[in-house]
Unconditional design. Structure first.
Length: 213
């Protein structure tokens, strides 16, 4: 395979796919494409200490030597506009193409955007990337009160982190309990008790009609 394997997405899955190819003996070209201008990093810490500690640094998934030592061609800051399956090529945003013999799509998911009036207001942010986490860290440092829409794992991690940093935090969850899609009611009740003991305000069974600036 002269063009080798191209992996689109440089998160946990994409980096591990590249590593596994080499570990299993594949010796053809491997191109790893990421849309951020950052070395691949761990995302779970972004909702924890990173957003309250101005000195916190992202945690790399692998050291730089991993990519060079395994002949993995990492290309940051690349956006793909189109996949041409017939021609086996990717059209790159801004011009150019990348040919492939095999293609791995490891782009992950994105937060569901709010379909509410006011969702475009400044100070309304979501968390997926390092840039998002940096913005949340910057904005929360300037704020006394924070409202988090969503009582899942990430929302509650942010709530606990920012409350520990001294912010007044309210969590709004549409379901009648926290972590409704993830854990049993007994665990959810324990988590709620812990958060309320910290001083986090929790509004379950509550939806939002609009955001006002």
């Amino acid at each position: 395979m002269k063009n080798g394997v191209v992996i689109v997405g440089a998160g946990h899955a994409g980096v591990q796919a590249a590593a596994s190819l080499r570990e299993e003996g594949y010796d053809g070209p491997v191109i790893l494409i990421g849309d951020e201008n950052e070395p691949p990093y761990h995302k779970p810490p972004l909702s924890k200490t990173f957003i309250k500690d101005a000195d916190a640094k992202p945690q790399p998934l692998r050291g730089e030597a991993f990519y060079s030592g395994n002949a993995i061609d990492y290309r940051p800051g690349v956006w793909i506009d189109r996949i041409d399956g017939g021609e086996r090529r990717l059209d790159v945003s801004g011009g150019g193409t990348i040919a492939f013999d095999r293609l791995v799509l490891a782009t992950g998911s994105r937060p569901r955007l709010l379909k509410l009036d006011g969702a475009e207001l400044a100070g309304v942010v979501s968390l997926r990337s390092l840039a998002d986490a940096r913005l949340i860290r910057e904005l929360s440092a300037q704020s006394e009160e924070v409202v988090i829409l969503g009582g899942g794992f990430i929302g509650l991690e942010i709530a606990a982190t920012l409350r520990a940093a001294g912010r007044r935090v309210t969590v709004v969850e549409a379901l009648d309990r926290l972590l409704g899609r993830a854990v049993a009611p007994a665990i959810a009740a324990h988590v709620r008790q812990r958060l309320e003991a910290m001083g986090v305000r929790l509004l379950t069974g509550t939806t939002v009609a609009r955001l006002e600036g």
